[in-house]
Design a protein around this ligand. Sequence first.
Ligand SMILES: Nc1ncnc2c1ncn2[C@@H]1O[C@H](COP(=O)(O)OP(=O)(O)OP(=O)(O)O)[C@@H](O)[C@H]1O
Ligand SMILES: [Mg+2]
Length: 456
Amino acid sequence: MPKEKIVVVDDDEYMREGLVETLDSPEFSVVSFDNAAAALDEISDGSASILLTDLRMPEMDGMELLAQVKRLDPKLPVVMMTAFATIETAVEAMKKGAFDYIMKPFKAEEIDVVVTKALEYRRLVAENEYLRKELGKKFSLSDFIGDCAEMKGLFEKIRQIAPSTATVFIRGESGTGKELVARAIHSQSPRRDKPMVRVNCAALSAGVLESELFGHERGAFTGADKRRIGRFEMADGGTIFLDEVSEMDLALQGKLLRVLQEKEFERVGSSETISANVRILASSNRDMEKAIEEGSFRQDLYYRLNVVNVELIPLRRRKGDIRALVKHFIEKYNREEGSRVKGISDEALAMLENYDWPGNVRELENIIERAIVLGTGERIETGNISAGLEKVPGRPQEKGAATFEPRPLEDVEREHVMLMLSYNQDHRQQTAQALGISERSLRDRLNRWREAGLIE
Ligand SMILES: Nc1ncnc2c1ncn2[C@@H]1O[C@H](COP(=O)(O)OP(=O)(O)OP(=O)(O)O)[C@@H](O)[C@H]1O
Ligand SMILES: [Mg+2]
């Protein structure tokens, strides 16, 4: 294994020699410098594992060096070495991102402990980064199948909205690919290296969901024996996906609304306000207008969530995609099961294309998976799939199934304007400029929509 490189900066020659002597070992190589500029040069190639620096030095001091390192190699742990008189500066350095500080004079064991800790930290960071990359790899846009005009339009829309922080509401029947849309948006956004945290709002009771979302303090309720970080905090810098958000209870909807408005929340049982930089995606397979009418979903929250609306059409209305989906799932399950199914017979494909798909793409995926796991032949035949199709009676076919949803131009315009507003962080002048209209014209539109109850 290559040695870990420790870079030491101190204008005091005696200190430098002492450190080299203490730390030099089969595990570590130590390089030392009497000035910060030379040390910066040394770490610029990313080969250093730790930087130990004196705080007070002529020319560039430790704080300035720290700031430069944060730009050059933000993951490099920096340890400040300081005399008692400058302890406050050391605390300041920690705030600015130093890994730790150590007070002079120190014993060999003390510096050993700090160095070991810093190395451990660096390994963890590297490991996390690796894991995140691996996780990211799992989703690839090429796994998102759709050749019909609507799906192509959807991919284009995803591409457009992904880079912004706009809140997106994803609608569609069960199994149409809502979660896939959320992953696609996150993976194409600048937040892709940060986590996307999913919360299934339908699966948890109101109380549990609240502490799941916002975290709780120790002792906040019976059984809360440890402080717990919520999903919003976990998603900091990344994306949170509120799956089945329509199932959230009304009281919690109010709390969520506040988070959306103020970007702040409190852990359960705490009065400390926490802010998190999180992009919000939400989904539902319910008719939201109806839920609002019935009073089970807050209208103001819906407007906040529905800045951009993405709608997935049911599979029965895009049967032209069935062939490509079948091919995709055959390849997927061949890989997973180590089988060698080559394709599907024309009769079997026709059978799939005549079916109504109440469970949408998920149902189709399950049927292909079962056919591959249980099948023995080279091709999928009608016999491999008919059992699955019979279990769920098809609905009456929609005649001449419309493949295009007519929409009023004004809806499209409103959606675009709201997206641009959100993109420009509600800055009206910038938004108007980007839209090529006057500020006044933007204001008139917003007023009109607000009066009509179309926006908040
Ligand atoms: N266009 C597609 N291309 C490839 N796979 C798809 C597509 N749409 C859906 N799938 C697959 O179908 C399954 C269901 O998709 P997903 O979980 O995204 O649906 P959903 O809309 O969130 O469903 P639910 O409402 O039941 O949660 C997943 O395994 C997903 O990978
Ligand atoms: Mg889902």
